[in-house]
Structure formats: C-alpha cells, structure tokens
Design a protein around this ligand. Structure first.
Ligand code: NAP
Length: 219
C-alpha cells in the first residue's frame, strides 16, 4: 500500500505555532503517515548574513516537535554543502523512501507562488506533490496566476490547503525579540527559552545588555 509522507520545508527562523498548527492540520487532512520538518541549510534565495546559523534553527525545530509522535526533523539540508535546493532534497528523500511512499512537500502559499523560480522546478513535480498552506493576507485566488506560469500539468499537483489562520510570522517574532517584547504563546516554551539562552535575534550591543540581566527578558 502506498502511504504518504509530508516534508515541511522552511527556514524556521524561528519555528512558531503557525508552522506547527499547519503541519498538524495537513497531517490529518491528507492522512499522512508523518510530517518531516526540513529546515533549510543555506536558503538559496536569502543572503546568508540575514539567516540565523543553521544549527540554531535545527535545534529550535527539534525542540518544537519532539513531543509529537508523528513529527520528525531532517538534517539533510543542514548537512549538505552548498545552497539548499529543494530539488536535491526531494531526490535524496525519494531514494530513502522508494516508491512505497508518496511525498508531499508542504510550505506556505506565498513561498509556493514563487515555485517557477526554483531550481529545476519542473522536475520537482515528478517527485512530489505540493501543499500550499494559506497565510493571512494571501487569498487562494492568487494561486490562479501561477497556472499560467507553470502550465496545467504541474499546477494540478499543487494542493491549496486552508489552515487555521494564525497571524504569526518569523519576521515579527525576530522583531519582538529585538525590541525586548514577549514572544510567549507565539512559539513553544522550549523555543522561547532557547532563543533567550542563546541570545538569538539581538545585535551585539543588545546581547551585552541582555547579559547584564540575571532573569528572563522575553517573558
Ligand atoms: P520564506 O520566504 O521564508 O517564506 C515565505 C513565506 O512562507 C513566509 O511568510 C513564511 O513564514 C511562510 N512559510 C515558510 N515555510 C512555511 C511552512 N512550512 N509552513 C507555513 N508557512 C511557511 O520561504 P522559505 O521558508 O525560505 O522557503 C520555504 C521552502 O521553500 C523552504 O523549504 C525552501 O528551501 C524552499 N525554497 C526552495 C527554493 C529552491 O529550491 N530554489 C527557493 C525558495 C524556497 P515564516 O517567515 O513565518 O516562516
């Protein structure tokens, strides 16, 4: 019997309840066997200086998912040198899981809207289906413009999937940390504590100030 596995791709800088809730709803909605979170090592479309060290992002993803029986985290993009092209990762995963597992790549609708700019994008559709989860501010109608760009056949393998809309974004979380504001209830507690312990998302000057406090500063 062919079972299906979800691959949740993202920068996860940091992972938050929006990602986790989306994964949970896709897991159930598509009857997936499990969801494997795959943090990008070197996101091909972002300047490296703007992205937090991959080991920190991996660790936060692990902390956020460790208590879920059907969530796992993959290091393949962290460990592979060079830009993290999704095509390379899906080829690697296809070899691991053979044809007994159908692969569903899950990510935000706004990322999927750019899929025609990804490396070897046509080949992606030979390996996996794509689940585009909706984000606040993006309506499903925006997807129809993509059909023109990629053609009917590839487009038929994209599955828009509305999930409970949580207006949480990684960018907003990073901003709140920089401004010394609370991020409680936006990310799982262990992730909040990790960000605080490792003093992520602060400038060097802010890190020095944070060090001078003995108690928690995000809570
Ligand atoms: P991004 O530009 O950081 O994210 C685009 C939007 O989608 C953001 O609003 C983001 O929200 C949201 N998002 C990202 N991952 C999500 C997820 N798993 N579930 C729900 N929303 C999500 O895009 P990215 O995270 O770097 O890229 C998404 C995936 O596409 C990654 O796996 C990346 O490697 C892949 N990608 C591949 C190529 C290529 O192969 N050439 C190019 C671009 C992207 P948050 O900021 O809150 O996460």
């Amino acid at each position: 019997m062919v079972t299906a596995i979800g691959i949740m791709g993202g920068t996860f800088d940091p992972i938050h309840f929006g990602h986790l809730r989306a994964a949970e709803e896709v897991l159930q909605g598509f009857g997936l066997e499990r969801v494997i979170f795959m943090p990008s090592g070197k996101p091909p479309h972002k300047p490296l200086s703007e992205v937090t060290d991959a080991e920190h992002r991996y660790m936060m993803t692990l902390l956020a998912t460790v208590d879920h029986p059907h969530f796992e985290v993959s290091r393949i993009e962290i460990d592979r040198p060079g830009p993290s092209y999704t095509l390379d990762s899906l080829k690697e995963l296809k070899k691991v899981f053979s044809s007994e597992k159908a692969l569903y790549f899950i990510t935000g609708l706004d990322a999927i809207l750019e899929i025609h700019t990804w490396n070897g994008y046509r080949e992606l559709f030979e390996i996996a289906d794509f689940i585009a989860v909706t984000r606040p501010g993006y309506s499903m109608e925006t997807l129809s413009s993509l059909e023109k760009a990629i053609g009917k056949e590839c487009f038929s393998r994209i599955h828009p999937f509305p999930v409970t809309l949580l207006a949480i974004s990684s960018r907003d979380i990073r901003r709140r940390v920089r401004e010394g504001k609370s991020i409680r209830y936006l990310v799982p507690d262990p992730v909040m504590k990790y960000i605080e312990k490792e003093r992520l998302y602060l400038s060097d000057a802010e890190k020095r100030v944070a060090r001078s406090y003995s108690g928690g500063w995000l809570v």
